[in-house]
Ligand binder design. Structure first.
Ligand code: GDP
Ligand code: MG
Length: 595
């Protein structure tokens, strides 16, 4: 135990976490030159393309230093706010953290919030300036930021380059010297912290954990305390580049367990594994049920794909317990599902996986957060879909989730960032200069305002020089309404949105304008209206046109005529019939991207 070092890496996206991790694996010969592919820790295609480690992993390195064998467990963490609970559990499994900062960029919001998590968990922080090979590295400036932030001295900050390998040996030595060995009682009842899990189609769900107290032997009967599941430990072992089976895992070790678990739901990140007989006293602190934050309807573009979509959802949920879904139907879109996601990125990932892994194209409706509705009768329930909002007369008040948002930007952009946040009903609570030209702004904001297009806007107004992070803090009362869209008097349920009263007017107008552009002229006028309750708040009209596609054919060539009609029919397939109006598929998507 005294030679074990468990650590994670805290870094903003693209600051070089994966590259540096690869170097550590190389230097410790955990991976041979031949096996050395770029960024081995990111194994999903999607992750590589997005440069985000969505699923965290752990890897064990053996390292000889001054004649002693050390076990270095690198626990990888996801790098996006949607997955912050997973990050928090990975951090809880470590005794140390490398704080990697791109020497050309400086500290970013994501780094800060994860850093605070690490400090709360009493981790030893090793600051590292990365990308020192680049000519525009500004080590002194970034060092000042780091010193300000964690109160270390300049000498404590390492300089490295994942690209050239500079500083990597010294980094390993520093980990051995500075990161404390795990503490725990090998003789106490077994207590393990699950910090991640993966789904394997052949072996079921594999849980990754750290042994906090006691020891686990292959074949033991174990119990997952939060889910109450009991299993036989069929295989346990260490996580090297591949799984490396072992007979025993001891206090301080990081490893995996396989026990024929079929669904991801049975393995909750943050849960505690103990022995069925002689269990430990309780769950390790910090367990939380991860709850979806963003909800949207997901419908197959081709309604014949519904059963396939259901099967795909089932499969996705096997390996992604944070995805929820229930059947929902829409007059306009037919049968689909109301899905819950951790955040917008998670929603995009699911959409992409449906497309890539299952070849199903879907339409996603306007996403919303979940609200708490209080009725005059004193009832209280959760609403996460526009049709779930009760009659206005029954509602006493509605509460919406609130977040604390942290934004770091250049001081040049403070004005724009402030007005964006205020437009999104944000209230500035804190302003802190990290250096003369970088400022950290803290806002209290409704979560519902950022699920839409906040992040894209933030990036564009700051020309990319703003980073953003958030966590939920509670609820506040909100004037929430349902905005409906009507086509020739008929409501299109798939276009309804839950929205704050103050935004309804503008949002309604923009949707109407957008739909006017997208709905083709038909043989009669089409009235597009936005309404809140019975009140029409905006209106546009698509003028009628007489369109006879065969007119051009001069009545002559019959086969040509037929071809044209066929073509027109095909075009129609991509239309949805709403009452007597044909609406193109892209109109349903357009409301997601209003400019
Ligand atoms: P991550 O998102 O933190 O995992 O970052 P990556 O390791 O994927 O690196 C992001 C980008 O920076 C990639 O294009 C890397 O090739 C590049 N990069 C990483 N480390 C270095 C470095 O030390 N020097 C230079 N010049 N580029 C680096
Ligand atoms: Mg990466």
């Amino acid at each position: 135990m005294k030679n074990i070092r468990n650590f994670c890496i805290i870094a903003h996206i693209d600051h070089g976490k994966s590259t540096l991790a690869d170097r550590l694996l190389q230097v410790t010969q955990t991976i041979s030159e031949r096996e050395m592919k770029a960024q081995v820790l990111d194994d999903m295609d999607l992750e590589k393309e997005r440069g985000i480690t969505i699923k965290s992993h752990a890897i064990r390195m053996d390292y000889q230093y001054k004649g002693e064998e050390y076990i270095l467990n690198l626990i990888d963490t996801p790098g996006h706010v949607d997955f912050s609970y997973e990050v928090s559990r990975s951090i809880a499994a470590c005794e140390g953290a490398l704080l990697i900062v791109d020497a050309t960029q400086g500290i970013q919001a994501q780094t800060i919030s994860n850093l605070y998590l690490a400090i709360e968990n009493d981790l030893e922080i090793i600051p590292v300036l990365n990308k020192m090979d680049l000519p525009n590295a500004m080590p002194e400036v970034v060092e000042d930021q780091i010193i300000d932030l964690i109160g270390c001295s300049r000498e404590d900050i390492l300089r490295a380059s994942g690209k050239t390998g500079e500083g990597v040996d010294f980094l390993l030595e520093t980990i051995i010297h500075k990161v404390p060995a795990p503490v725990g009682d090998p003789k106490a009842p077994l207590q393990c912290l699950i910090f991640d899990s993966v789904f394997n189609p052949f072996r079921g769900v594999i849980a990754y954990f750290k042994v906090v107290n006691g020891e686990m032997n292959k074949g033991d009967w174990v119990k997952f305390m939060a889910t109450q599941g009991e299993y036989k430990a069929e295989e346990i072992g260490f996580l090297r580049l591949n799984m490396d089976p072992a007979k025993k895992l001891s206090t301080g070790d990081v490893g995996y367990i396989i026990c024929s678990i079929k669904t991801a739901k049975e393995v909750k990140v943050g849960d505690t594994i103990t022995h069925k007989e002689n269990p430990c006293e309780g769950l390790i602190d910090g367990f939380e049920e991860v709850k979806p934050m963003v909800f949207a309807g997901v419908y197959p573009i081709d309604s014949e794909d519904y059963e396939d979509l259901r099967a795909a959802m089932e499969k996705l949920q096997l390996n992604d317990a944070s995805l929820t879904y229930e059947p929902e139907s829409s007059a306009a879109l037919g049968f689909g599902f109301r899905c819950g996601f951790l955040g917008l990125l998670h929603m995009e990932i699911i959409q992409e996986r449906l497309d890539r892994e299952f070849s199903i194209n879907v339409i996603t409706t306007v996403p919303n957060v979940s609200y708490i509705v209080h009725t005059h009768k004193g009832e209280e329930y959760e609403v996460y879909n526009p049709s779930g909002l009760p009659e206005v007369t029954l509602v006493d008040y509605i509460e919406e989730p609130v977040i604390q948002a942290q934004i770091i930007t250049k001081s040049d952009y403070i004005g724009q960032v402030m007005s964006l946040c205020m437009e999104k009903r944000g209230v500035l609570s804190h302003q802190n200069y990290l250096t003369t030209d970088r400022v950290e702004l803290t806002f209290s904001m409704p979560l519902g305002e950022i699920v839409f297009d906040f992040y894209d806007k933030l990036k564009s107004i700051s020309k990319g020089y703003a980073s953003f992070d958030y966590h939920q803090t509670g609820h506040q009362r909100a004037k929430l309404v349902r905005l409906d869209i009507l086509l020739n008097g008929e409501m299109v349920d798939a276009l309804s949105a839950l929205i704050h009263f103050d935004n309804a007017q503008t949002f309604g107008r923009r949707v109407c304008e957008k739909l006017k552009e997208l709905i083709p002229r038909q043989q009669f006028d089409i009235a597009i209206q936005a309404a809140v309750g019975a009140k029409i708040i905006s209106r546009e009209t698509v003028k009628a046109v007489r369109k006879d596609v065969t007119a051009k054919c001069y009545g002559g060539d019959i086969s040509r005529k037929r071809k044209l009609l066929e073509k027109q029919k095909k075009g129609k397939k991509r239309m949805k019939q709403v009452g007597n109006v044909e609406v193109p598929q892209k109109a349903f998507l357009a409301v997601l991207k209003l400019d």
